[in-house]
Design a protein around this ligand. Structure first.
Ligand SMILES: Cc1ncc(COP(=O)(O)O)c(C=O)c1O
Length: 437
């Protein structure tokens, strides 16, 4: 596909992005206007798109099974303004650290709508969760031991669930596959069985459910199909053999989004059909009753809601390459470097053109690996042009850093023709405030 076909195809899936008079708009605002008002680099989020994604995901499941709730995986993007928006939609939260729990509580999420999934947690961290009545997805026998100790010491009860590792290869990037045989996450079947058996002996442990999360950016149904069957079979086994009544089955997150025009993806409806059909079949077989299904989408909810606007500061032509240098690097957008991820690039101020060139789009960091887009055919680009990277709502701004002492980007929300800042641009003073100088 050439650039024009690529962009037109991709934008069919992103109705909050439009091209009017050859300029890129997000909702009803030209990207050029946003860059003038807030500067660059700038993450811009479409409020409408986040709401649409949330509703579509939830409704896909609700149509097939009523007792379903979302625990948004806030690690994807924990900007409190986005969290508030999701709170108003009645979402819950999947938190992976005490600080995430604290932020969720301060935004207004009730403890019963927060689950705590993590790894390598200390006694202090688990104690915080127990004392705040947060459901803990226990990840190891070591964590189970710690929770027992905390409850005994404080004379407290704890709501617990266990993360089950179904040993499934999800065929996503190796850094985001979390349910493999060799993964560090979760309890494998034998250990999980032992964990439930131990937990059953302690009255102060309220065994609520079972959890899995097999990976991220998953674009076919097959891994979900295999993993959910294994999890449900295991849930059936502990129901029958250990007489444990689970009231929560948590299938985690992982649904992929369309980053590339020619990439096949699955929809929330495909995912819902697979998970709910398997669940209903297992319910009949094992007699599960009054089970609440939890889902932890992160990327699907926010991923495609945002673009990153950057400015072209340098055009550099060497005997071997044409480089576009922009005022951002992997400190702002790490996914291409960390996961070899593809983000579509649009020349926002002149979307289509008569002449095209092949470029590497490179960042401003002093690192040769700071390549944000490689060998891309783009309209002929000039210094001062604006490049928009698409689909930067999940695992982008939240992973940004001050490497090379660069400031993190400003963040802006748009709704129709309104826009407002949801994270101010960092300053030199912000960056150095922790040093004793
Ligand atoms: C436990 C857990 N739940 C949910 C998610 C969200 O995954 P995704 O953003 O792919 O939906 C993650 C992300 O890795 C996770 O670790």
């Amino acid at each position: 596909m050439n650039y024009e076909e690529r962009i037109k195809e991709l934008l069919k899936y992103k109705p909050h992005l439009k091209i009017i008079d050859n300029k890129l708009y997000i909702e009803d605002i030209p990207v050029e206007e946003i860059s003038k008002e807030y500067g660059t680099p700038c993450f811009v989020y479409s409020k409408g798109r986040i709401v649409q994604n949330y509703n579509r995901f939830l409704n896909a499941f609700k149509k097939l099974y009523k007792n379903v709730e979302i625990r948004y995986a806030m690690k994807a993007n924990s900007n409190p303004h986005i969290l508030k928006l999701l709170l108003n939609l009645n979402s819950g939260i999947d938190a992976v650290s005490v600080n995430e729990i604290k932020l969720a509580l301060s935004v207004g999420f009730k403890p019963e709508k927060i689950i705590y999934t993590g790894v390598n947690r200390t006694e202090e961290e688990l104690e915080f969760a127990v004392k705040n009545n947060i459901l803990i997805n226990i990840d190891s026998l070591s964590e189970l031991k710690k929770v027992i100790k905390i409850c005994e010491k404080n004379n407290l009860e704890a709501d617990i669930s266990f993360r089950f590792n179904p040993e499934i290869d999800v065929k996503t990037h190796k850094h985001i596959a979390t349910g493999l045989k060799e993964s560090k996450f979760g309890l494998h079947e034998r250990e999980a069985y032992i964990a439930y058996k131990i937990a059953r002996e302690y009255k102060f442990l309220k065994i609520r459910g079972i959890h899995m999360h097999i990976g991220s950016q998953i674009t076919s149904v097959e891994p979900f199909e295999k993993a959910s069957k294994k999890l449900l079979e295991f849930a059936g086994k502990i129901t029958r053999e250990l007489n444990i009544n689970l009231d929560i089955i948590d299938f985690g997150g992982g649904l992929g989004i369309k980053y590339k025009a020619d990439q096949n993806i699955i929809t929330p409806e495909d995912l819902a059909r697979c998970l709910i059909n398997n669940f209903l079949e297992a319910s009949e077989k094992y007699g599960f009753e009054n089970v609440k299904i939890l889902l932890e989408p992160g990327r699907y909810i926010v991923g495609d809601s945002s673009i990153l606007i950057t400015e072209v500061t340098t055009i550099k032509i060497t005997p071997y390459k044409k480089f576009i240098g922009v005022n951002a690097g992997f400190n702002i957008l790490i996914r291409p470097v960390l996961y070899e991820a593809y983000h579509e690039v649009i020349v926002a101020n002149r979307v289509f053109s008569n002449s095209y060139e092949k470029y590497d789009v490179v960042g401003y960091l002093c690192e040769s690996g700071d390549i944000l887009a490689k060998d891309r055919i783009l309209p002929k680009v000039f210094e001062g042009d604006l490049l928009a990277f698409l689909d930067t709502g999940a695992y982008c701004s939240i992973m940004s850093s001050n490497y090379n002492l660069r400031e993190r980007a400003v963040e802006v929300m748009v709704e129709c023709e309104k826009s407002w800042e949801i994270r101010r641009r960092e300053t030199f003073e912000d960056i150095v405030r922790y040093f004793n100088i």
